[in-house]
Design a protein. Structure first.
Length: 428
């Protein structure tokens, strides 16, 4: 009788207690990594020659910790999620929140088509409304010219799909903004969008009788959205009072931009961590997300939370997911390629859906900590360890010093130095 294959699961108990080698073996088996992939993860390899091709004036590379968020079940598929981030508690918090959501069947995620906007700014148009009419009348010619720039993308079902025109009052006069709507498939799309915008600019000038100034992608990817929902029982959260606390915390963010900025920062802790690990453009994602949060004229949360009729918690997230799994750094950075392999996303849309789940999980963890125990409890443990190391502790002394500072509620460098000195005398 043939043995039944063991189902791979991201629901891993006490992953944090495993040694590095044990974690790597588990990830290798789950994701089908090669020995070379594992070596890249352990060493953070980025050849100097590759770094020089990425940016200018290179003098070195800057390593970033990569952690694995476990327990993620998205659309009934298990994911081990790589996150590149320096902030304590983020990976653990996401894993813990995903575990709670997993009890109710995991996250449900969807996404829209991967449409990006390329803008051509037309100035000095003598008759803006006539310019708009002429540009739209020439739509077929403009789209054909744009699609001639990337036949491969078009053959895969992508390319320039639509054209819109906006008349925009500005500080320097009325502008005509012509916008290509481009399906970028599995690329983030900046290069192809910019190339197409450049190519059609002369046509836009001819139709508008104006001058083309900027020709560039918009990072407000409001046509390329990723969404996720989650349900968590009140028991998993610690009771109905915690549910009420989370909903009240969300209401605070919805009402006040000062709180909302921190609320959305917590969401982006998760999204940006995955974005960085997979070699995507974190600045584009951050800019697009915050602009999207302010699209109504009021800066608002990227997530919403509510209590259902049973007293359980429901959550939703929607954010612009201008992401790629091909092209750019995702294709040349060794670690980004390994992280994409670990994640196993087969399309840019799938990557966005997983990121949405991670952002929702991260926000859930932060709000639960605020509502139930205070945000510092989780942060302080890792922060105290960092302070202990800064003070000169090593080995088991790191935990002894950090535990002592936490017990005293004096997590400070000066106190850490005192404790290191005291413990060193005792051991000498």
């Amino acid at each position: 009788m043939q043995a039944r294959a063991v189902k791979k699961t991201s629901g891993i108990a006490s992953f944090y207690k495993l040694s590095q080698d044990e974690r790597l073996k588990l990830i290798k088996d789950f994701s089908g990594l090669t020995d070379e992939d594992v070596h890249i993860l352990k060493t953070g390899t980025l050849p100097f020659g590759s770094a020089e091709r990425m940016i200018e004036n290179v003098v070195g590379v800057f390593p970033m910790p990569i952690g694995i968020a476990v327990n993620f079940l998205v659309n009934n598929r298990d994911y081990l999620v790589p996150m590149a981030i320096e902030e304590p508690s983020v990976v653990a918090a996401a894993s813990n929140a995903a575990k709670m959501v997993r009890q109710r069947g995991g996250f449900k995620a969807t996404s829209t088509e991967p449409l990006m906007v390329g803008q051509v700014q037309l100035v000095n148009c003598p008759y803006p409304r006539e310019a708009e009419r002429q540009i739209l009348a020439g739509k077929a010619e403009i789209l054909q010219k744009a699609n001639q720039q990337d036949p491969t993308l078009v053959s895969m079902g992508g390319g320039a799909k639509d054209l819109r025109v906006r008349i925009l009052p500005s500080l320097t006069g009325t502008m005509v903004i012509a916008e290509l709507i481009i399906d970028c498939r599995d690329a983030m799309g900046a290069n192809v969008v910019n190339t197409m915008a450049e190519a059609v600019a002369p046509l836009m000038e001819r139709f508008s009788k104006g001058r083309a100034n900027l020709r560039i992608i918009s990072n407000l990817a409001d046509r390329r959205l990723a969404r996720a929902t989650a349900s968590v029982s009140k028991e998993a959260l610690g009771g109905e009072e915690v549910v009420d606390g989370i909903v009240d915390a969300y209401a605070f963010a919805a009402a006040d931009p000062y709180r909302c900025a921190t609320h959305n920062k917590g969401v982006m802790n998760g999204i940006a961590g995955v974005c960085m690990a997979t070699g995507n453009d974190t600045r584009a994602i951050e800019a697009g997300a915050h602009a999207y949060a302010a699209r109504s004229g009021h800066y608002s949360p990227l997530t919403t939370w509510h209590k259902d009729d049973n007293g359980d918690l429901g959550g939703f997230i929607e954010f612009p997911a201008a992401l790629g799994i091909i092209g750019g750094i995702t294709s040349v950075h060794p670690l980004a390629k390994v992280c994409l392999k670990i994640l196993g996303a087969k399309s840019a849309r799938e990557l966005g859906e997983v990121m949405a789940a991670v952002g929702l999980a991260q926000n859930l963890a932060a709000l639960r900590a605020l509502a139930a125990e205070g945000i510092q409890r989780g942060h302080m443990s890792l922060h105290a360890r960092n302070i202990a190391v800064m003070a000169g502790a090593d080995g088991d002394m790191v935990d002894l010093v950090s535990d002592k500072m936490i017990a005293e509620k004096k997590v400070r460098l000066d106190r850490a130095k005192e404790l290191v000195a005291e413990m060193s005398k005792t051991r000498s």
